[in-house]
Design a binder for this molecule. Structure first.
Ligand SMILES: [Zn+2]
Length: 211
């Protein structure tokens, strides 16, 4: 059996959310414990909760929704790269990383993942993210999917440019990964976002299969 690493955050009411997004709420309109004939959970969440994919419609007017994203990009060979302890992943940072030629799916393992390993329950604005020139580097180098290990691919203080560069170029952005328990290297990525009609994003289950 293949070794499968689950790099998905668990959705629960203690999961940090982006400031301004609704907190995760899980309730049970039907409950065996209350004498109902079954248990049914109701979920109130943003489309950008936990491990999730951004679609072009998130920042590009008229852009594609998450239901139109290419499954051939969401599933396939991926490279996990360890990023040194930097506040922003710039073009210079990326150029110095040992990324093999031909990589199309790049997952950036940073200091952020330690927060998930520690089970932190509050949002921090102090996370490592991709700078706008880093986003341009990714596009220029043929990256079709980029994954990051905090809730946004872009720095907290400057959310627009990085998203616009990546989503404008059709790069799939996978956010909120927990890469704390995987080694850098080559894997097979399987990432399946919920099929929400025309939505700007969707939670996803993401796993890395050892090759
Ligand atoms: Zn997002």
């Amino acid at each position: 059996m293949p070794v499968i690493h689950d790099i998905t955050l668990t959705i629960s009411e203690t999961l940090p959310v982006w400031p301004g997004d609704p907190p995760v709420q899980m309730s049970q309109p039907f409950s065996l414990a209350r004498g109902d004939f079954c248990t049914v959970t109701r979920l109130d969440i943003s489309a950008h909760t936990g491990t999730h994919v951004d679609a072009p419609a998130h920042f590009i007017p008229g852009g594609a929704g998450v239901d139109a994203l290419d499954l051939n990009v969401l599933i396939g060979p991926a490279w996990v790269t360890a990023v040194p302890d930097v506040p922003e992943i710039t073009a210079e940072t990326l150029a110095a990383l040992p990324i093999p030629p031909g990589v199309q799916r790049l997952l950036c393992q940073t200091r952020n993942s330690a927060r998930w390993a520690r089970g932190e329950t509050s949002f921090t604005a102090d996370f490592t993210a991709v700078a706008a020139d880093g986003a341009a580097w990714l596009v220029e180098h043929g990256i079709r999917l980029v994954g990051v290990d905090y809730l946004s691919v872009s720095p907290y203080e400057e959310v627009i440019p990085t998203h616009q560069v990546l989503l404008g170029a059709g790069v799939i952005v996978l956010e909120g990964l927990d890469l704390s328990a995987v080694d850098p290297g080559a894997y097979e990525l399987v990432c399946l976002p919920l099929k929400l009609a025309g939505a700007d994003g969707a939670p996803a289950r993401a796993v890395l299969v050892e090759r």
